[in-house]
Design a protein around this ligand. Structure first.
Ligand code: ATP
Ligand code: MG
Length: 776
């Protein structure tokens, strides 16, 4: 039984064996922090601590599930079952449901996802007749979110002139009003957004000392993974709950703090020692995850940051291969490189798809990767981005289901009141919304009392509204007797959704139907899974809770053999034998938005540290010289982060030296006639369309590139102008080819070309907009 302790080195054993008191484990990536946390829980249970008294907070629900499984292997399933483990959001949603009445919420409150929140903010901005170009819903919502995470309520906002001034300065003097309206509308709808789950928990624990006592007494041992990324709101919850027994163990790595943009506060880790008395600080130094080359390269990166705790990370693992750096011309080519490398390595080294991860800075980068993987028939899975549950057809079904559980849910109602079309138009909906705002009730409640309120609508419309209410109420009755699967199937038919979708026989329409099938399968699986949990029956409300808090990672059952695609942010805590870190380009990574201050740049660097340290054996860094962004082909330069790694750790698969700023002075035609099928697109520079190059030319350019001088836009313009009045037979001078005679002119404008016989070098065809010719 004790042999699991032997799976730890001495430094790891110490925090596992210290049963009581506050402690912090600060250590670099891959040093076993998560393992320590897991085994510590098992050890506590062996010391007689009841599973019921342990709370573990993780970064994803999947991480919590895996931890629980590992613990169950040690202490047995029936013991492990009672552990409370999960993300902050899922754990405290559960507590809030139990205590909802104290805060005036129904226990079946809806959890709004970010789509819901954003639509509601947009709707409020519209109702307040504000300019949506100034009050951009997404920005406004971010602002509200950061208030909530710093515990700035509407009331404290209006008591704080500084905040109001700051919003007025950023041209949003009415932000406070929007905030107030948003909070009221959520409340009226019996809904909480993600931030509310933390904010309301804080409210609960501060306003009700008896509730605080109850949970302090319950969670006598609290453990937090990835502590460096907790925000203020989460920090306060942990602080309050652990205040009585002070048995708090947090593990983290300041070098992996990557959520400052969402309010994570690195000071939570830096100040931990001050917050509790007699804190034991542990450090782990040995990395077990990665080969030595990766560990050492990662160390050199993080050294560049000024704000950090000094740490040693070393490994006894093999040196391993160098980090491979690859340059390609376009993002499409980058995708092809990644896909064919995976293909080859699978063939050569008998690797599985799931041995590979492709990590990127922004979700938009996944498309080029997907295209390439699909062409090579390599199965993959994208995590993050638009999740399955946010697809339109799925969200429509879910909205019906949400209304059954909580008819006050305004966002769900607005989505489906007239979908499929049942003759309830926008005008009617506007009238309902106005009445709901006026009476401080939900829209559904207004619809239930149409006989008492004069909405000035026709009897026909009124009947349609009554029919809708009746339908939802009938579903509610079915909910009592059916499980989530049966009910969902029933709802999709009775609401007319399935019939509506069947009408659409395009491939997209068929995919939508298949997605609904997939949803039903998912519900079936869910019900099976619930049977293992005490007291659960696979009801609709249990399913909706699961959906609301599911991250894509959670849906991964780990059995699928697929290449993983995700943002670096999402990859935190994970590990893969081979990692491709793609899009290593300035303005993309580091992001153009994060280069204004040193601290922003340092956060980007930490993000890079996280990316690199996910790799166990091999890491690839790839970049493209041009990439489609915002619908345009944009020039890019290699990321400074590549340069920051000492060359001894790198292997360049392509020559690194290329600065395409110099490229316009060269084009394919200079090199004579070429086989167009082998051409590749070069960069568009200074507004000039790209030219085609063969691979040979490209490498020739690479070699020559340093000798060339940059051409300014104005000189190109003047070259085009000057070349406008050339004639056949004229003798001209070319910058590099020397003297020559014009044999022929063809094309017009930017495409105008001249065939010239040079005294040295023979006949060449030149595009005039590039060829700076002087008439002699
Ligand atoms: P991160 O900072 O990325 O979250 P971490 O510090 O949490 O990393 P773990 O994920 O716990 O590190 O461990 C990294 C890898 O090393 C895991 O595969 C783990 O099983 C393994 N490992 C940790 N400690 C040991 C050990 N003492 N012996 C063998 N393997 C270990
Ligand atoms: Mg970890």
């Amino acid at each position: 039984m004790q042999n699991y302790i032997d799976q730890l080195n001495d430094a790891q054993k110490a925090p596992v064996l210290q049963k009581d008191g506050p402690m912090i484990v600060i250590a670099g990536a891959g040093s076993g922090k998560t393992r320590v946390l897991t085994l510590r829980i098992a050890y506590l249970m062996h010391q007689g601590v009841d599973a019921f008294n342990i709370l573990a907070l993780t970064f994803t629900n999947k991480a919590a599930r895996e931890m629980k499984m590992r613990i169950a292997q040690i202490v047995g399933n029936s013991e492990a079952k009672n552990l409370w483990m999960g993300t902050f959001h899922s754990v405290f949603a559960r507590i809030l449901r139990a205590e909802a009445d104290k805060l005036g919420y129904p226990s079946n409150f809806t959890i709004y996802d970010s789509q819901d929140s954003q639509r509601l903010v947009g709707q409020i901005i519209k109702e307040m007749q504000l300019d949506k170009d100034i009050y951009k819903p997404k920005e406004v919502l971010n602002r509200i979110s950061s208030y909530k995470n710093s515990l700035v309520t509407v009331k404290s906002y209006f008591n704080n002139p500084e905040l109001q001034e700051a919003d007025a300065m950023s041209k949003k003097p009415r932000l406070g009003e929007i905030y107030a309206n948003y909070v009221e509308r959520c409340f009226k709808s019996g809904a909480m957004d993600f931030d509310d789950l933390l904010l309301k928990t804080n409210e609960l624990l501060t306003r009700f000392p008896d509730v605080l006592m109850k949970y302090q007494d319950r969670f006598r041992y609290i453990l937090v993974d990835e502590y460096q990324d907790t925000n203020h709101s989460q920090y306060l919850i942990v602080r309050a709950l652990s205040d009585r027994f002070q048995n708090i163990c947090v593990v983290g790595d300041d070098a992996q703090s990557i959520y400052a943009f969402r309010g994570a506060n690195i000071n939570n880790i830096l100040n931990f020692q001050k917050d509790y008395e007699g804190v034991q600080t542990y450090r782990l130094e040995q990395n077990y995850r990665s080969s030595r080359n990766i560990v050492e390269a990662a160390n050199t990166i993080i050294e560049k940051n000024k704000v950090k705790l000094e740490k040693v990370v070393w490994t006894a693992n093999d040196l391993g291969p160098k980090i491979k750096v690859h340059r390609s011309l376009t993002d499409g080519e980058e995708g092809r490189f990644v896909a064919s490398t995976i293909f080859e390595e699978k063939m050569r080294d008998q690797k599985k798809n799931s041995d590979f991860a492709i990590l990127y800075r922004t979700n938009a980068q996944s498309r080029a990767m997907e295209d390439a993987l699909r062409k090579k028939d390599i199965p993959y899975r994208i995590y993050g981005g638009l999740s399955f549950y946010q697809r339109k057809e799925i969200k429509d079904v879910l909205s019906y289901l949400r209304l059954i559980i909580n008819p006050k849910d305004e966002e769900a109602l607005v989505r489906v009141i007239n979908y499929p079309a049942r003759g309830i138009g926008n005008t009617t909906l506007d009238k309902l919304t106005i009445a709901a705002n006026h009476y401080k009730r939900s829209i559904f409640e207004i619809m239930e009392h149409l006989d008492k309120i004069d909405l000035k609508i026709t009897t026909g419309t009124k009947n349609k509204l009554v029919d809708f209410v009746t339908m939802i109420k009938a579903f509610q009755v079915q909910d009592e007797i059916m499980d989530a699967y049966q009910l969902t199937e029933h709802v999709t038919k009775k609401s007319g959704l399935v019939q509506e979708l069947r009408k659409d026989t395009t491939p997209e329409g068929i995919t939508r139907m298949e997605n609904i099938e997939e949803l039903l399968n998912g519900i079936k699986d869910f019900i099976e899974g619930q049977k293992e949990i005490d007291g659960a029956r696979g009801s609709l409300s249990e399913f909706l809770e699961d959906v609301a808090l599911a991250t894509d990672l959670d849906k991964d059952n780990g059995n699928d053999d697929r290449v993983a695609l995700m943002t670096i942010h999402l990859a935190k805590g994970l590990e893969f034998p081979t990692v491709f870190c793609v899009g290593m380009e300035e303005d993309l990574f580091p992001s153009a938005m994060s280069m204004n201050t040193r601290s922003e740049l340092e956060e980007e660097r930490r993000l890079f540290y996280v990316a690199l340290t996910r790799a166990e054996h091999q890491a690839y860094l790839t970049y493209a010289q041009s990439r489609y962004r915002w619908g345009k082909l944009i020039d890019s330069e290699p990321s400074r982060f590549i340069e920051e790694i000492d060359d001894q750790y790198l292997e360049y698969l392509t020559p690194p030296e290329t600065n395409y700023r110099y490229k316009p002075s060269i084009n394919a035609d200079i090199f004579g006639d070429v086989d167009k099928s082998k051409l590749r697109l070069s960069k568009p520079i200074n507004g000039i369309p790209p030219v085609y190059l063969t691979q040979k030319e490209e490498s020739k350019i690479d070699r020559n590139i340093r000798k060339l001088k940059p051409i300014s836009t104005s000189s190109i313009k003047s070259a085009i102008d000057n070349n406008g009045h050339l004639e056949m037979g004229q003798v001209v001078m070319h910058e590099r080819f020397g003297k020559g005679t014009i044999l022929n002119l063809e094309g017009a404008g930017a495409d105008k070309k001249a065939e010239i016989r040079f005294d040295v070098g023979g006949i060449k065809k030149l595009l005039l907009r590039f060829a700076k010719l002087q008439v002699l």
